[in-house]
Design a protein around this ligand. Sequence first.
Ligand code: ZN
Length: 401
Amino acid sequence: MSAVQFDITKEDPRSRARAAVLKTPHGEIETPAFVVVGTMASVRTLTPDEIKKAGSQVVLANAYHLYLENRHEVIAHAGGLAKFMRWDGPTMSDSGGFQVFSMGFGSDHGIGKNTPYFPGRDVPPDLSKTELEGPKKIKITEEGVTFQSPREGNLISLTPELSMEIQQAIGADMFFHFDECTSPLSSYEYTAAAVRRTTRWAKRCIDAKTRGDQALFGVIQGGVWEDLREKSTKEIMSLPFEGFGLGGPVGISRDDIKKVVGWMTELLPKEKPRHLLGMGSPKEIMDVIGAGVDLFDCVVPTREARNGTLYTNTGRLHIMNAEFRLDEAPLEENCGCSTCQTFTRSYLHHLFRAKELLAKRLATIHNLFFINSLVARAREALKSGNFPEFQQDFYAKAAYR
Ligand SMILES: [Zn+2]
């Protein structure tokens, strides 16, 4: 008996896109759906009511961050993630694998958080070295990963079993197996070894699963190599997972993302949900819906909002620019979000310039609403058989990646 039920309601005959209803113990998700990131059991600056009004259906927290200071025990004590944060809806958690690799390594390669080169998530490490000298040591063994916390400096070890223990304490409706994330900079040989290890860790995660009310998704890796993606897809789909996480690829071009995602969705069984991990610029979202992806999470829309970069149907708007100082229009005409219904560009420009906290909140509400309504419109187009036209129309109008 599966913890989630996935019912496809419409398949697009001209692409791999599909619309479905994903039923979870905490409610239904209409897919395709954008999954908003709430790393620390919180979507930054927003209350659950605001998250819902921005159109979000599901929130994703992170096992690694919630393991620090044993926060997962507090969450378990409170009755699970949804109840703890008073989010009346479905939740997911990420295994922590990606964060371990990125936080243990990233800055040693001169690329780190907020690097534009990596649109989706913080930069992954180059795992062609399994041990580094100096303050940011990381060691990957068959047992798991040990690394020195870049924040506190203490040694942290994560194993597949510990990730399962943390995620089962967090109690999200859907969660991911502990995988080994590689970088586009990793060699073929290293990536192949990581694929094999990811499958062995997948089996250990399945063995460590004790709760029947959570759906475990298996993560597929393999970098940018077709044969490795194929091998990983086949191995992971042969195991009793209830859905799939498409791992990476981060830091590659939009065309390559489409290609790599296509290799996986071509092989995956239709009847289980697919979640692309850490991808979600507006155009990438349109791409991957067409490639047959049902769910996708990304920190970028909310992070960009906090930095004053707002999304519109014709491109990004940098609200700090002088041109908006006296602009009495809303961020976007006809936007249904509470920010656009109430405030002007001039006021938002002022709040950002004055570094007022309200700026981040109002901007986050708009960007989240924008992404959710874009995906909702794509879903409606899909249901009425017009998805390819909707996709082309959006590509033509939107002046951003
Ligand atoms: Zn708006």
